[in-house]
Design a protein around this ligand. Structure first.
Ligand code: Z16
Length: 831
């Protein structure tokens, strides 16, 4: 049905077009209107929460206007779009970001002040949108910011989880998980109850011959669930371009079936159907870098992928183009293997529904998809039991088998009689039970495969995808080093530093072209500039110290060296190396005379991060950190020389407080295990130095800022394998300083020694897979160098400024431009 307004009536529409607020008065009027109408409140009951809601709605109204214009322009010009499929979008708060990206924060600040509120309090009302675990989800959020800022036609597709990543509480030193119900009031989404897709599960496949003898497969029966779209407008910085993040929510399909049940008195089972459907988008799986293979997770993946593809195909069909033009209009990026079923689903739509020949369809499919790999850790590589896929998605399993058959036939042709090669590259692992290897399926079904930092991209080409490089050629494999958005991670998180930089770099252009930071090099020796720089760092540390006092009741000295490690807790990230180092420091300080102690550099060791709920070792690490803090923080011999802090519930909005306050941050994963890391970039951009291993993006940070500006230590990735071999088959005495640390733990210095048995025996008895003992001495030596260098504040500050000046490369804008040109083949479209 034609839904657009006829020409003669359009004048009335344009005459009354809403254009949002333009100044402080307009803004105030909009806020009051929303308080009094949308929220049905008044001056007598407008608290900070209501003021937040109304202000956000005022901004949302403006965003949706820009959103509409952006979408209309994209449709009108029929531009190629990229669709970023990600099971995680770790967005954090939207209000501050919207104000800054729209250039209206000053207006809002003054307006809110006149209405009786402080803008910081209002910003603090917002609940984080925490639909992600860590790096992968936050990367997706940074990408959305850059895509809009650079005016690329792009949509994100994800799931609208009712519960995001759990909230972490620390009780008696242990992590306790609390559900994160965040949708109570969310002004940033538009429910689109008219945009729905019916999604099928289970059932069976019927194969028939048509009149020409061609086999037609029909997937029939099973269970239907409805996907409902919720749109989140994502604004670019200093541009009207506003892209869409479409999140799918599941609800029961409103078929006759349910009504019958309901009316026939089978009320309970009708309600059960509804709950089963709603369960699909109920909760984010809380694992970072781990595949747990749960059926509900596979259901989530298919539900989201099928709804998104239906939407994308529906949009393409409106253009009335021929199918072979699909890849000219559509690029789809797979954020890890989570959306790999999209490859199979598109093939199914083209062959089973649209009636294309297999080869023509496959050509379209492989030209459309790109796949980003984010890990080489074997426990993180997704595999699904063939039986489970068969049960849940019977037609998809057949298609996977056909994809694999044709692929293996082509390999066999080029490498005759190499049975072992066929076994190695088969999408089906011939194990008990048989498994579908999702990463292989993603490689075979995409035209480009990329890693997320140079070392990582080299590693995937020489390890997990080695055979595929031989088969498909090197050009299919590429690197796009990760980046971060300087809007959130500098301008928003550290407004004073951003302002100081702007005063030396001819304004705020650097926020759109981060390489302009290099203008700072001219001011490294400028006394006044350095003084202001140091003052800002100190103020950020005071702010964090206040936060620590208010949440934990602990006093930390802002003049001490703030040493920060905040990220998901994982053995490969080696928070255990850090806490063992802290214990070593404590033992060393205890052994000193009071005079000697006075010479030492005071430190605050700050930790934060969530452990996956079922990850016992990670929980043990959290427990040890807290117990060490409990002893050290009240030891009168130690005082300000060492404090150990575990910050509860690390998330995006807390990162915005923590990151600007660090002097030193730790990125100390075993070489070859951290694909990239992105918080390393955030810390350096905020004027902190790094202690780190030669891993992930640390290597490229070193290349950019210079090796004299980073504290590197530890085993190199090319030596890791040999060392592990020695651990397993040879002699490997434990590092003597680490042995003393273990001794202190086992004597009960930090509480019940049994509580930390697993951590110690992983190193001492089970092969020390993460090389904690091997790297211990070089870690503490390097920490000693840090102490010494920190004493020379002038030199330290120079290093910080010089590093910031050279961080331009790590903007997610650079990264998105590389994807756009090298993988998606899309162009900016200014509104
Ligand atoms: C994740 O956050 C990452 C990889 C992965 O396979 C799964 C999840 Cl949930 C991280 C990497 O560990 C990190 O090194 C990288 O910087 C980040 O993805 C973004 O690429």
């Amino acid at each position: 049905v034609e839904a657009s307004i006829p020409e003669p009536q359009r004048e009335a529409w344009t005459k009354h077009e809403f254009s949002g607020f333009k100044n402080k008065d307009d803004f105030e009027r909009e806020v009051v209107r929303h308080v009094e109408t949308t929220l049905a409140r008044s001056i007598y009951n407008c608290d900070e929460s209501a003021a937040y809601s109304a202000s956000s709605l005022a901004f949302r109204d403006r965003l949706i206007k820009d959103w509409n214009k952006t979408q209309q322009r994209q449709t009108f010009t029929d531009s190629k779009r990229v669709y970023y499929l990600s099971l995680e979008f770790l967005m954090g708060r939207a209000f501050d970001n919207a104000m800054l990206n729209l250039g209206a924060k000053e207006v809002a600040k003054e307006g809110l002040a006149e209405l009786g509120f402080r803008i910081e309090d209002i910003i603090g009302q917002e609940h984080d949108a925490a639909l992600g675990n860590g790096g992968l989800g936050r990367l997706a959020a940074c990408f959305l910011d850059s895509l809009a800022t650079l005016n690329y036609p792009a949509w994100g597709y994800g799931l609208r989880y009712r519960y995001g990543i759990f909230k972490q509480e620390i009780i008696d030193g242990y992590q306790v998980e609390v559900p994160d119900y965040w949708l109570d009031f969310n002004p940033w989404e538009f429910p689109r109850h008219d945009v729905t897709v019916e999604i099928q599960f289970y059932g069976h496949v019927d194969k028939r011959q048509d009149e020409n003898g061609k086999t037609i497969a029909k997937w029939e029966g099973g269970e239907m669930v409805t996907a409902v779209a919720y749109d989140v407008p994502t604004p670019g910085y200093d541009t009207p371009s506003t892209n869409n993040l479409r999140l799918w929510s599941s609800k029961a399909a409103s078929g006759e079936f349910d009504f019958q049940k309901f009316n026939s008195g089978d009320y309970e089972s009708s309600v059960a159907d509804q709950q089963r459907a709603e369960t699909i988008s109920a909760v984010l799986y809380p694992n970072d870098n781990l595949d747990r293979g749960k059926e509900l997770r596979l259901k989530q993946q298919y539900f989201w992928v099928a709804a998104s593809l239906y939407d994308i195909v529906r949009r393409f069909k409106k253009s009335k183009r021929k199918w072979n033009e699909f890849p000219d209009q559509v690029a789809i990026q797979l954020n890890d293997t989570h959306p790999t079923l999209a490859i199979v689903e598109l093939q199914r739509i083209l062959v089973d529904v649209e009636g294309l020949e297999w080869d023509e369809a496959w050509q379209i499919v492989t030209s459309t998809f790109g796949y980003t790999n984010h890990t080489v850790l074997p426990e993180a590589l997704e595999k699904w039991p063939v039986g489970l896929v068969q049960h849940l998605l019977p037609r998809h399993l057949q298609i996977i088998y056909d994809i694999n058959l044709f692929f293996l036939q082509s390999v066999e042709k080029r490498y005759p009689n190499d049975r072992d090669l066929l076994r190695r590259v088969s999408i089906i692992e011939e194990s008990q039970p048989k498994m579908v290897r999702m990463a292989y399926l993603a490689v075979v079904g995409s035209h480009k495969v990329n890693g997320v930092a140079e070392l990582h991209s080299d590693l995937i080409q020489t390890t997990i995808f080695r055979d595929f490089v031989a088969i498909f050629g090197e050009d299919k494999f590429t690197n796009v080093t990760n980046g971060i958005t300087p809007r959130r991670w500098l301008h928003q998180a550290n407004p004073r530093l951003s302002e100081l930089i702007a005063s030396k770099a001819d304004g705020y252009e650097f926020l759109k072209d981060l390489t302009l930071l290099n203008k700072l090099e001219l001011f490294i020796d400028d006394k006044e500039f350095r003084k202001e720089w140091a003052e800002i760092k100190y103020a950020n540390k005071v702010r964090l110290a206040r936060y620590i006092k208010s949440t934990l009741g602990i006093n930390v000295n802002p003049a001490a060296l703030f040493d920060v490690q905040v990220k998901r807790i994982h053995e490969y990230k080696r928070q255990q190396l850090n806490i063992f180092g802290v214990i070593h420091r404590y033992l060393t300080l205890k052994a000193m005379s009071p005079e000697e102690r006075k010479m030492q550099q005071p430190r605050v060791s700050i930790f934060g991060g969530k452990a996956a709920p079922g990850y016992w070792m990670a929980k043990q690490i959290i427990h040890l950190i807290n117990n060490v803090g409990a002893l050290v923080n009240k030891d009168p011999d130690i005082g300000d020389l060492l404090k150990v802090i575990f910050l509860e519930d690390y998330n995006v909005s807390k990162a915005e407080i923590i990151t600007p306050a660090s002097d030193l941050s730790e990125h100390i994963s075993t070489a070859g295990t951290e694909a990239s890391g992105t918080s390393n970039m955030k810390f350096v951009l905020n004027g902190g130095l790094i202690i780190g291993t030669c891993d992930g993006a640390n290597i490229e940070i070193t290349r950019e800022i210079g090796q004299e500006n980073i504290f590197l230590f530890g085993t190199l990735s090319e030596d890791v394998e040999d060392l592990r071999h020695v651990h397993t088959y040879g002699e490997h005495p434990i590092d003597p300083n680490l042995a003393k640390v273990f001794d202190a733990i086992e004597r009960g210095m930090f509480g019940e020694p049994n509580d930390f048995k697993a951590m110690i025996s992983a190193v001492r008895d089970h092969g020390d897979y993460y090389l904690v003992s091997d790297d211990f001495q070089s870690y503490i030596d390097t920490q000693k160098m840090v102490d010494e260098e920190y004493q020379n504040q002038e030199e330290w500050i120079s290093k910080c400024i010089r590093s910031v000046a050279r961080m331009g490369f790590f903007s997610s804008d650079r990264c998105i431009n590389e994807y756009a040109e090298g993988i998606w083949n899309i162009e900016p479209l200014a509104v």
